[in-house]
Design a protein around this ligand. Structure first.
Ligand SMILES: [Ca+2]
Length: 455
């Protein structure tokens, strides 16, 4: 036992000596310790630094996201994500590629009717019942939004030229429809020398099966032997007069007539319900100008409506390749086509050497334009409070690409753009807002959509 104890004592003594020596000496242990410490420190600092790295990574991701968002706001976050097809710069920043916005309200999207033709124009003539034109069949139908029923074609319509972009186009009702039963339509009409955009009216019979005493009240002369760019939208103003839009008949050189005040091509036209020039029109005193002209220099106006707050007349017109324009119409003004445009020829050639400084040359700048194209068709302001965030927004049918464009407007500046129903694959031809606040959209695929706030 003693011997063992001695041995142990010697062992521990030696151990202490060795340890003491080590402690004072080469520092292996301290290195180990410090290594441990430093490892700990490193781990801690690693943790810290990982945390820090994670944080900074997160920060930098956040920063990256933010900066991406920022850069999107600057360049990418427009509703338009496709590259421009022209070299033009806008006259002011909000003139094109507005920031993307998104409707917050939940929406119910319903196909009310299908199997129709190209429903070029629509008008709600009775609560939730629409008069709907069929362009190619030159028919006028009644569509009931509540049960989806579609009437037989209404009789009493005129002969219509239905080639290409011709056909039965727009429809509206007289402000005194309840008494007069008057329905107004626009259409491509065969006349000597070609075709014209024509306006006619007839009284809807009590049984709603025919337009009685139909008569043509206006023809947008001169006639031209072509099948394109009829324009053809009509809308009544507060005074009970009609605005009619026309196209410039597309071909070169007839399209130059958009600039001429002795031709009704490429114009906004202001007429009474009998087809006479309104006596306050801007060129009424100009002997060389046609009295019905209200504005000129347009290409092919496909949408028209009054801004619910300002009362201004807004129109949308097809550009050539890109350069589709949203314009606020001022009487007597020249909107530039085909002298200036933010679009280019389909061949890729510049129009008039690519001049785009509209104002400098006395042309009105578009309030907004699309590059690439949105192929804008019928449009309607949302003048209802059923979807409050949509109040006074403008909705425009898109034909190619296929969607409904929503634009948000503040003080006549486009501050946001949204594209709706992009997944449907439909060409949206005309848009209206019903009395109870639903957005109704007709497509070239024969469908009628109703878009309302979810219940
Ligand atoms: Ca223009």
């Amino acid at each position: 036992m003693t011997k063992v104890s001695w041995s142990r004592l010697m062992f521990f003594t030696m151990l202490i000596f060795v340890l003491a020596l080590a402690a004072c000496g080469n520092g292996d242990t301290s290195d180990e310790a410090s290594t441990d410490d430093s490892e700990m420190a490193t781990e801690e600092s690693a943790d810290d630094s990982e945390t820090a790295t994670e944080e900074s990574t997160e920060d930098s991701e956040t920063a990256t996201e933010e900066s991406t968002d920022d850069s999107e706001t600057a360049a990418e976050e427009s509703a338009e994500t496709e590259p421009k097809v022209t070299e033009f710069e806008p006259a002011f920043p909000e003139q094109t590629r507005a920031p993307a916005v998104e409707t917050e309200a939940e929406l119910d999207v319903e196909v009310v009717a299908e199997g129709l033709g190209v429903s070029w124009g629509m008008e709600e003539f009775d609560t939730n019942r629409l008069l709907v034109t069929q362009r190619d069949e030159a028919e006028l139908l009644i569509v009931n939004l509540e049960d989806g029923s579609v009437s037989d074609p209404i009789e009493g319509l005129p002969e219509v030229n239905t080639e290409a972009q011709g056909g039965l186009l727009d429809v509206t009702i007289a402000p005194d429809f309840d008494e007069s039963r008057l329905v107004f339509v626009t259409f491509a009409q065969d006349v000597d020398g070609g075709t014209v955009t024509a306006v006619g009216k007839g009284a809807l019979s009590e049984d709603e099966t025919s337009l009685e005493d139909f008569e043509v009240i206006f023809q947008a002369e001169p006639a031209y032997d072509g099948t394109l760019h009829y324009g053809g939208r009509i809308i009544f103003d507060d005074e009970g007069n009609l605005f009619l839009t026309t196209g410039e008949r597309s071909d070169d050189p007839i399209r130059e007539r958009a600039q001429d005040l002795d031709a009704y091509l490429g114009k906004v036209i202001h007429i009474t319900p009998d087809g006479e020039a309104v006596d306050t029109n801007p060129f009424i005193e100009d002997e060389d100008a046609l009295d019905g002209i209200y504005s000129y220099g347009h290409r092919n106006i496909q949408g028209v409506d009054f801004h619910p707050e300002t009362g201004d007349l807004w129109i949308v017109e097809f550009g050539p390749q890109a350069g589709d324009e949203l314009n606020i119409i001022e009487p007597g003004s020249n909107y530039g086509w085909p002298t200036v445009s933010y679009g280019i020829e389909y061949s890729g050639e510049l129009i008039n050497d690519g001049v785009s400084e509209h104002e400098a040359q006395g042309f009105v700048e578009p309030v907004y334009y699309w590059d690439p194209t949105s192929a804008p068709s019928g449009m309607s302001f949302y003048d209802n409070d059923a979807i409050p965030e949509w109040e006074n927004n403008l909705f425009i049918g898109g034909l190619a690409p296929n969607y409904i464009v929503r634009v948000v407007i503040e003080d006549d500046i486009i501050v946001g753009e949204e594209r709706l129903l992009t997944e449907e694959g439909e060409r949206f031809r005309d848009i209206l807002v019903t009395e109870d606040g639903a957005l109704v959209a007709a497509t070239d695929g024969g469908m009628i959509y109703k878009i309302a706030a979810a219940e």
